[in-house]
Each structure stands twice: as structure tokens, then as C-alpha cells.
Design a protein around this ligand. Sequence first.
Ligand code: ZN
Length: 462
Amino acid sequence: MTPDPVTTDRPASRIERALRTADETRVIELGSGAIRRTGRVFADLFDSSPALVVADENTFARAGEAVLASLREAGVPLAADPLVLPGRPTLYGDYTNVTIVRERLAALPGAVACSIAAGTLNDITKLASGELGRPYLNVCTAPSVDGYSAFGAAIAIDGFKITRSCPAPEGLVADLDLLRTAPQRLTATGFGDLSEKIPAGADWILADELGVEPIDPVAWSLVQDSAREVLLRPEAVAAADPDAIEALSEALLLSGLAMQATKSSRPASGAGHQFSHLWEMEGHGLDLEPPLSHGFKVGIGSIASCALWEVALALDVAAIDADEVVSRAPAPAELERRVRRAVSPAFADEAVVASERKQLRGTALRERLERIRRAWPTIVARAREQLVGPARMMELLRAAGTPHHPVLIGIDMERFRASHHAARMIRTRYTILDVLADLGALDDAIDRLFAPDGFWGRHPEP
Ligand SMILES: [Zn+2]
């Protein structure tokens, strides 16, 4: 087959390699003019299944006609008129919208959704299709999330966002001409989501060295190699430089594919994402217009994580008194009391379970402490190579046009400080927060960060 002249081949080849590790997504068309191949991709994947185009008013205005023309040209039958959800107020990723898409699809036997979507509507269509056991294809409209190619969808139920499990799209069309002209806010969101790959990588190194969760080298390089290139060019991303938007889009797609391959968000998500998950579970910013994006929360989590890492890297781990740490480990009742004090009653039960599951005591804690002590010099060396400092992370986000201070996303410093305690309690994933907790040093580290001469003490406002 002769290569299509409008495809740029550098990203395509990396994506092709990554697709070999994916078991759900079969095709990703990334390149300039890729939207014109939507119909052909759809027909190749789903034979003669009819398409239901799903969009919102904004995405339909940007790409609806081009998608319909391409489907027509490839001879794909339309199951019905396009389902176009209202764009204003901004489309909201809640379960009501999943029901709307699912019911429309269910009424059209054999129809396959062809969504024209950024993060929110892609997740809605992903879950609606998944619930019906049908595949779908998405035409990406902004480089705003790494969730396009991931399994699972972040959907709010009763005002709390949670991740529901469902398969990734079988096909993705990522037209660089469309992605390049996405609103700046969405590109900045994608940059924020990607920023956490740096501290998340350090968290994975930590889990790897402690034998908690080994690094998968393929998933690691899918995420890390491409993310770093983009993150060090924030000005180019902010200016919508074509190469930078291409690299950002590619990095986000690769990150999703890494999660698809490992069936885990570990390759792309560490403590920084736990801050964002916490605020999402608290419903923070859902009432804003537009709602506060995932990537904006993650960006702040990235700075928080880099700051925690900075304190940890300066610890004298050899001097820690294991007997004293073991004697201070909270008993189950005390741990439960602390968790219930720290998190919202709405998700306190699951936070108690997650916290208890990773709380070590007695011999197990003693062994963990010994393992940390032995591995610490290697952890420090590997993490130093991986990380940037919190001030640098702040600067990268600012330069990309992504919020670079908690106050800018409506989290005041008191709440932000409390989030440092609560973020650890909602997930079992082992991160910088956990190694500090195991060492009996988490409360001290947080105090230090918020002391007048600590990182956050020195940055009380943007
Ligand atoms: Zn994310």
C-alpha cells in the first residue's frame, strides 16, 4: 500500500508501534487532514455497520460537516441524524448524558457511534457504547486529555466524578489541522495532564525499587520518552506551534495506549493525579462555566508532588529510628478516625478501606523500612534524574498557559494543605505520599512545605 501523502510519518510510526501493545484500539489516524479518512477507517473497522454521529454544538460546528462528508464518501450508512448535544452550558460529563447517548444508540440496532469529541464527550460515548457492548470510533477535537485511547471513562454521578471501567475506542482520528486550532484552554489542559508524567514517573521508580509495583519498560517508554519532549517546550505549546501541538497530541495518545496495554493508570498517574482525583471526588469546580478541567487540577497536583519529592530527597533516611516509627503506626481504629476527619463523608467508607489496605504495622512495616533504607540511595539517584523541582514545574505550567498555583483553580491554601493529607487516603497506589507515611515523615514534610521558608510558605499566592 502506498502511504497516504497527507499523513506525517514520524508520529504515525511511534503510534503504530504503540498500537501493537494495545488490545482494544486497532487504528489511530494521526496527521494533517486525517479527518478526511474517518469514513474509510470506520468502514474498515465496522464493515457495513451504520454510524450514529455523536457531537456537541461546538464540536459539530468545528468538524461535523467534514466527518459526515467522509462517511458519505466511504459509503458508510447513517443510522439516524447526528445526535448533537447542547454545547452551552458546557457539556457536562455526568451520567444523564451517558443515558441520552446510550438510549439513542440502543434504539438503533447495530449502529456504531462515531463521536466528534474532546475529553468529556469521548468519555460519555465510551461508557454509553461500553454499556451496550458496542465498539465506537472517536474523532478528537483537542489535545486536552490522555484519556482518548485509555480504557475507562471519568463520569460524574450525583456530583462526584469517578472512573467507570469500559473499553477504549477501536478507532481514533486525530487531525492535526483540527487539534492545532482547538481553543487554547483545551491545549493548556492537555499540557497539565501531561505534566504529571514527570512526578508520576518518579513515583513508579519508587514503587519499582521497593518491590511494590515493577516498571513495565514498554509502557514506561511510551509515556516518558514523548512526554518530556513536549513538557520542556511550554511556550511552543502556548503559541500553538504546529510541531509542538503534534508532539503534545502524540504524547497524550501514547500515554493512553500505555494505560490500555497495562490495564492500569500507573504509567500515567501518580500522587499528582491523586490530588486531582480528590478534588474531582469532592465535585470541585463542576459548577464553573466551563467546569474546571481535569488537566488544570492535575497541573497543580504535579507541582504539589514535585514539592513533596523535593522534601523527601533531602531526608536523612539512614537516621530514621525504625522502632519509633513502628511504635507510632496507627491502629485500625485510629487510622479510621483520621481518615474520616480528613475526607468528605461521601467517600469516607472507601477511603477507610484504601487507607487500611496500605497501612503496614509491626514486622511488615519494619521490613518495608529496611527495604526503603537499602534502596534509598538508588531511589534518590533515579528520581533526581527523572524529576524537575516544584519551582520549575510551576514555571513550565505558567509558560504553557496552564494554572500554576492552587489559588488559580479556586483551592485556597488551607484547603490545599489539607488535600496533602487526604490525597493519600483515596487510592491504594504507592506514591511519594506513601513512602513519606511509611517513614513516619509525611506530617512533618507537609508542615515543612507550608512553613514560612517552605516551598508553599514562599509561594502563598500566584
Ligand atoms: Zn489524567
